[in-house]
Design a protein around this ligand. Structure first.
Ligand code: KG4
Ligand code: ZN
Length: 331
């Protein structure tokens, strides 16, 4: 079969990224221009500033992605771009740029779901991974437990009823004075602490999650006792959320009789979460996958991979493609 080269574009939040991926699995280039240092001083992403920075970065990032892959736009088979979910202004920059490229080059346009991109990051790192499997998507905007039935068919088994897990990490980090983005900072600090503080965990009959109770408990504890050991607090927070993630994932695995579990999204970069899930290989006979660190957080290689599975299944878009900030998975 002929090789298929997809150019992926990602601009849903604060990373401007363009990548070229061969046959959905092999990264030829993955340029990521992060705006973290710009948003850091505001303690979170400022949507208007994000859009403006995407506009300034996107042409150059695209040029670099093509150069690094040693390709020209004529060598590409299709252009995949994230059209949701995400910040509307930020998404519109990538979508408009992809439409302009499509118009100028006549290469097919493939609107791609950002969450499906996070799942597909696993296909790049784990060449043997194929559906069906369970995927736990844990990011700044999402907490979803999904049954990946095949490359294009998804069933949401459980999701958060309040905060996304990454939001909880970021909020806790801000309150205890670690700054933005909080996830990596909590990850580092927790390594020096003991999970010796009991925090409330929320359970539901079904496979849904809730993190606002744990988050609020940590914040209240810190307010009442500012001298509390922050490393212990970070370790206890990580343990409490990880216990809930593992409990629901194992319940889903049992219900569906599936032993293959993949993690995805920015929070799947967390070293404690990765190690606890990996233990399930020994204790529960599961096979655990996660993307390499650079592919956990937002990047365009994962969009090119998910775009590849759209493209080879005949799913393409036209110039009517628009940004959909609240796009659901599997749409
Ligand atoms: O997937 P992502 O880049 O963006 C969304 O699609 O939301 O995820 C960003 C989130 C942020 O909340 C960030 O704090 C969190 O991922 N994150 C982490 C780690 N690295 C990034 N959370 C916990 N531990 C980490 N090492
Ligand atoms: Zn993301």
């Amino acid at each position: 079969m002929k090789d298929v080269y997809i150019l992926g574009i990602e601009s849903s939040c604060d990373e401007t990224s363009v990548a070229i991926v061969k046959n959905g699995r092999e990264v030829l280039s993955n340029i990521i221009s992060s705006q973290i240092s710009i948003h850091e001083k505001f303690g979170g992403v400022v949507p208007e500033i994000a859009s403006r920075n995407h506009v300034e970065a996107i042409s150059n990032v695209t040029k670099r992605a093509l150069e690094e892959a040693n390709m020209k736009i004529e060598d590409i088979d299709a252009i995949a771009c994230t059209y949701g979910p995400g910040l509307v202004g930020a998404l519109l920059v990538g979508v408009s740029y992809a439409k302009a490229l499509n118009y100028a080059s006549n290469k097919p346009l493939v609107g791609t779901n950002h969450i499906e991109g996070h799942i597909a990051a696993n296909y790049i790192t784990n060449k043997e991974l194929k559906p069906p499997f369970l995927c736990l998507i844990v990011s700044g905007g999402h907490t979803h437990l999904v049954h990946i039935k095949n490359y294009k068919e998804f069933e949401i088994l459980g999701k958060t009823r309040d905060d996304a897990i990454g939001e909880a990490f970021d909020k806790v980090a801000r309150v205890i004075g670690l700054g933005y983005p909080g996830g990596p900072k909590i990850d580092k600090l927790a390594k020096d602490g003991e999970a010796n503080i009991n925090l409330p965990k929320t359970h539901f009959e079904n496979l849904d999650f809730s993190f606002s109770g744990i988050k609020t408990a940590v914040i209240n504890l810190h307010h009442k006792n500012p001298d509390v050991n922050k490393a212990d607090l970070a370790a206890s927070f990580e343990k409490a959320v990880t216990d809930v993630l593992i409990e629901n994932t194992l319940k889903a695995a049992e219900q569906l009789n599936i032993d293959t579990i993949a993690l995805a999204g920015g929070v799947s970069a967390n070293s404690y979460i990765r190690s606890k899930f990996l233990e399930l290989e020994k204790t529960n006979n599961k096979k655990i996958y996660y993307p390499e660190l650079i592919l956990c957080t937002d990047n365009a290689a994962m969009i090119a991979s998910a775009g590849y599975y759209n493209f080879i299944n005949g799913i393409t878009s036209n110039l009517e493609l628009n940004a959909i900030p609240n796009l659901k998975i599997g749409m």
